[in-house]
Design a binder for this molecule. Structure first.
Ligand code: IMP
Length: 215
């Protein structure tokens, strides 16, 4: 079946995460689209209890589309480590969760490193990982389109670089000599319509979304 196009210029970015709103806002700007975030619209944050990135992205996009009557775009993403059978995967944010409800990514990176050490992943070939991002665009009638982006690489230790967010300082993308934490936002996510394949998982998913749904 053909991919449904986005008609109209208004889109809700179904997230309360300010970093994601900013990144998606930058990516859609060349298409003349404006984005409002679920946070700005005062929407409640739905519980993410799916076992796949697709399920969680749909939960967020569908709740927002129903509440606003507008097409809504949600992102669900995470880090999948080969030696840990794909963990933390959809639980990537949870691994950073502290008892007081805040998130500590220094501790989350240490936890991943401890688990890699426990299973003897002491050389680069045993430390493969990928970041995954799934975008779901959902309309108020429930129709949904999905776009998945991946970037493969390896985990390094100690964390290196102060840019980006989350697990960026330990992720070295294949073919690069700097971690995501050492790259500018432009280097990590930069993409222009019709341009080369971007580097980050989120920008790769977005490029597919733009090709499929935007004119
Ligand atoms: P969620 O998609 O909001 O459920 O959370 C995804 C989790 O994966 C976040 O906690 C991020 O820390 C992590 N993550 C996703 N994308 C990236 C990235 O580009 N860099 C670093 N961490 C990321």
């Amino acid at each position: 079946m053909a991919i449904r196009k986005l008609d109209g210029k208004e889109l809700v970015v179904a997230t309360h995460n300010a970093g994601k709103v900013r990144e998606i806002g930058e990516l859609i700007a060349p298409f003349g689209l404006t984005a409002k975030s679920a946070g700005e619209l005062g929407l409640a944050e739905p519980e993410e209890n799916g076992t796949t990135f697709e399920q969680n992205a749909y939960t967020k996009a569908h709740a927002s589309a129903l509440a606003t009557g507008l097409p809504s775009l949600a992102d669900d993403s995470g880090l999948c480590v080969a030696a840990l059978d794909g963990a933390p995967g959809v639980y990537t944010a949870d691994w950073a969760e502290q008892e007081d409800g805040t998130r500590d990514f220094a501790k989350a990176m240490q936890l991943v490193e401890d688990k890699l050490n426990e299973c003897g992943a002491d050389e680069p070939s045993k430390r493969g990982a990928m970041f995954v991002a799934t975008l779901c665009l959902c309309w108020p009638d429930g129709h949904a389109e999905y776009f998945r982006g991946e970037v493969h690489g390896q985990l390094i230790w100690p964390p290196t670089g102060t840019q980006g967010f989350g697990y960026d300082p330990v992720f070295l993308p294949d073919g690069e000599d700097r971690t995501f934490g050492q790259m500018s936002a432009e280097e990590k996510h930069g993409w222009t319509p019709g341009g080369d394949i971007p580097l980050s998982h989120r920008a790769r998913a977005f490029a597919k979304f733009a090709e499929g749904c935007l004119d």
